[in-house]
Write a protein that binds this ligand. Sequence first.
Ligand SMILES: Nc1ncnc2c1ncn2[C@@H]1O[C@H](COP(=O)(O)OP(=O)(O)OP(=O)(O)O)[C@@H](O)[C@H]1O
Length: 271
Amino acid sequence: MNQVLEHRSAGAAQQTLLEVKDLGISFGGLKAVQNFNLTLPSAGLYGLIGPNGAGKTTVFNLLTGIYQPQTGSLSLNGKNLLGCKPHEVTAAGIARTFQNIRLFPNLSILDNVRLAGQIRIRPKLLSTFLRTNGYREQEAALKAQAMDLLEIFDLQDRAEDLAQNLSYGHQRRLEIIRALATKPSVLLLDEPAAGLNPQEKLALAQSIRQIRDRFEVAILLIEHDMQLVMDICERIVVLDHGVTICEGTPQTVQNDEKVIAAYLGAIADDA
Ligand SMILES: Nc1ncnc2c1ncn2[C@@H]1O[C@H](COP(=O)(O)OP(=O)(O)OP(=O)(O)O)[C@@H](O)[C@H]1O
């Protein structure tokens, strides 16, 4: 595998990756997220679950600068991220995917990945214009990195196809690849299994494990498919009405009365 794919913090001393304390935001009178705490000590697979409207996506929006928290603190590798804009958060090392796929449908698969990788490189306008040696080297490195990623996910033969021609399952995969191209320390996946068939879900679970192992990244996963979450996550945080009601191993969470009550309550509300 190309050296450029090596994780940039690999080999670094054990340091807490993500540290979130008392994060909160309200919309009008609605306390969407309150006193949210999360410590991701190192690479691993973590789940963020809860019934509809519990505040999961709001947490992702708070972590990625889409919403600015009204309370609390947020740091990555010791660096304060409060007040950062989304692209600054990505450049700092938090990447995400969205519930709704956000690709460039009219660009090739390769260009989708290449563009995502550019977030770490701020090409100087002049060198871009003059196409200097430095610029060409950067472009070659980006392409090599993109091809490596496509190969890992078995999409290398489709590199020149338009993104819109991929199946839904492959588009979801491409979204994850684009997030990885930014070389994150923390990868946030918002409902990656939504709309996938059982076979695609199995493949997804395998890919997510591979990503964790290969890139030494902490993956935080929002997912409604409980089997997937329980199968792959080492630790799980459960939100309900914006509040953390449980945190622990899959077994702890599955047997927690508050969690069971929250989900049963949600089913009753939907009935
Ligand atoms: N920009 C906003 N303005 C007003 N209310 C919002 C905004 N964003 C989120 N909310 C509200 O905050 C609450 C939490 O929403 P959020 O989307 O985070 O829940 P969720 O757990 O991700 O739900 P789901 O599983 O259905 O995606 C909801 O009541 C939602 O309507």
